[in-house]
Design a protein around this ligand. Structure first.
Ligand code: ATP
Ligand code: MG
Length: 462
């Protein structure tokens, strides 16, 4: 029963069927799903018009040719790669979500950006997770100091709102730690995260405040995590990398002001996060060309092409089922390519464990890496290394034929820049790459079997 004195401010809505209830229920009485009731704010219904005719505020339809250009005011963050991923700088009044695993360096990156912005603009760092002295300690460690950088240790959104100044830059660390008094659920719940983000969006647009919002990725990547608020944000960035490794990748997954394919490369050092501009040698090892089982492919990510080494290891299966393990490469892709090599090239893997790793913690998802995976596997099976000046790319079909890939000329150009002497590529991509023939040796192949011959590999029974 709703209270007689105070109207309820929230209700619980089933995310599957839309059933509403005043209280939380474990099972939706309408559709029968479990754990789908999420808290939402009850908004008063729109007032019905009391007069006839249209509202004076009604927007008018305008022909496309009459619409003028809106110039986005971009501000540099002081970290080159961060600006690149954002599409050329921070757009004022936008909402940027920075997601990432715990401890990856989200707070460090945004502290550095805040300190740089504070040299020219007003910046507020809302630290809902750490105390102000913890943030200060980090700033001291990173050698950052600024009187224009304001710190606020507050978790209540309504209180944070009173501290905001129009046109300011605000970092919210993190969205899962703040809450709005309008909802009764705990901070970090789906309802709270969504409502807080929606409120921040309204503030950003009405007061021209730029928000950087930090969001933790949960194990599933969805529950109360950044996934539930991606549609509200202007830009969504994911900070990736392995804790043990110093390299970090900043990936744009959504950007209303630039390419959503951009990738920034950073290095985590004692003095903070630094941009890495010479990333070509980052994903290559010293054992390339010496040890069997490694192949290099030019991989396209966003507007940049990077040479990435793929390493494989084949070991005799000790117990029953052979093991397949992949890091940075899709597991299913590995299994399919092993099947193609077994069937089309006669390389047996049925009694071998296969391990594969993309160097530097990068994730390779495009089809063009198929041929390099096949080359690395065939090299490991033959125990013959692939020449260190050879790069390989191409998509492999189930019949063993090679399909052309996009950006072939860009990939060949990257190989030239990185110092490779020959490239093995799909025959159907040759036309686009002919212009580079005098700078690098191009070896076209039509079938995977031709790749084995071109690399002088002799796969043998393990
Ligand atoms: N004293 C130190 N010297 C060098 N590196 C440090 C030091 N303290 C922390 N780090 C690095 O900073 C990382 C943590 O950075 P940060 O706190 O920015 O991460 P975060 O993504 O905000 O984490 P959280 O999820 O806990 O908020 C650590 O993993 C470590 O690599
Ligand atoms: Mg943090």
């Amino acid at each position: 029963m709703p209270s007689k004195t105070k109207a309820p401010t929230s209700q619980f809505v089933c995310s599957e069927c839309g059933y509403t209830a005043p209280k939380w229920l474990g099972k939706c009485p309408d559709c029968g799903n479990f754990n789908t009731m999420q808290e939402e704010l009850v908004r008063p219904a729109e007032q019905a018009p009391t007069r006839t005719g249209v509202s004076p505020m009604k927007a008018k339809a305008v022909p496309l040719s009459k619409i003028g250009y809106e110039k986005f005011d971009r501000v540099k963050s002081g970290i080159g790669e961060f600006d690149t991923v954002l599409g050329g700088g921070i757009v004022r009044g936008s909402l940027v979500l920075l997601g990432g695993d715990p401890g990856i360096g989200k707070s460090t990156l945004l502290t550095q950006v805040s300190a740089h912005l504070a040299q020219t603009c007003k910046v507020l760092y809302v630290s809902a997770e750490e105390s102000c002295s913890q943030v200060k300690m980090r700033c001291e460690r990173l050698g950052l100091s600024s009187d224009n950088l304001l710190l606020l240790n507050e978790t209540c959104l309504e209180d944070i709102e009173t501290e905001l100044v129009d046109g300011q830059f605000v970092v919210v660390d993190s969205v899962q730690a703040i809450y709005t008094e309008a909802l009764s659920s705990a901070a970090g719940s789906v309802g709270q995260v969504r409502e807080c983000a929606a409120r921040l969006m309204r503030i950003a647009k009405s007061r021209n405040i730029t928000f950087f919002i930090i969001g933790h990725v949960t194990k599933e990547g969805s529950l109360a995590g950044p996934k539930v608020l991606e549609h509200i944000m202007d830009t969504v960035l994911y900070f990736e990398g392995q804790q043990e490794d110093n390299f970090r990748l900043l990936r744009a997954v959504k950007n209303r002001f630039g390419s959503a394919q951009e990738v920034g490369v950073f290095e985590m050092t004692d003095t903070g996060i630094q941009s890495v501009s010479d990333y070509s040698a980052l994903f290559l090892s010293d054992t390339r060309g010496v040890a069997a089982g490694s192949a290099v492919t030019p991989s396209e990510s966003g507007n940049r092409c990077m040479s990435v080494e793929i390493q494989t290891l084949i070991a005799k299966t000790a117990y029953g089922m052979p093991r397949r393990m992949s890091l940075g490469v899709d597991y299913n892709k590995l299994v399919v390519l092993i099947a193609v090599l077994e069937k089309r090239c006669g390389i047996p893997f049925y009694n071998s464990d296969v391990y594969i790793n993309a160097m530097g913690g990068i994730k390779l998802s495009e089809p063009s890496v198929d041929l390099a995976i096949c080359a690395a596997l065939a090299s490991a099976a033959s125990d013959i290394p692939i020449d260190k000046y050879t790069a390989i790319f191409g998509e492999v079909g189930l019949t063993g034929e090679l399909r052309p890939v996009n950006y072939a000329d860009k990939r060949v150009n990257e190989c030239i820049k990185t110092g490779f002497k020959r490239v093995i590529l799909p025959a159907k991509n040759m036309k686009a790459c002919k212009k580079y023939e005098d700078k690098i040796e191009l070896i076209p192949v039509q079938y995977v079997t031709q790749l084995i011959k071109a690399l002088h590999l002799r796969p043998q029974q393990p």
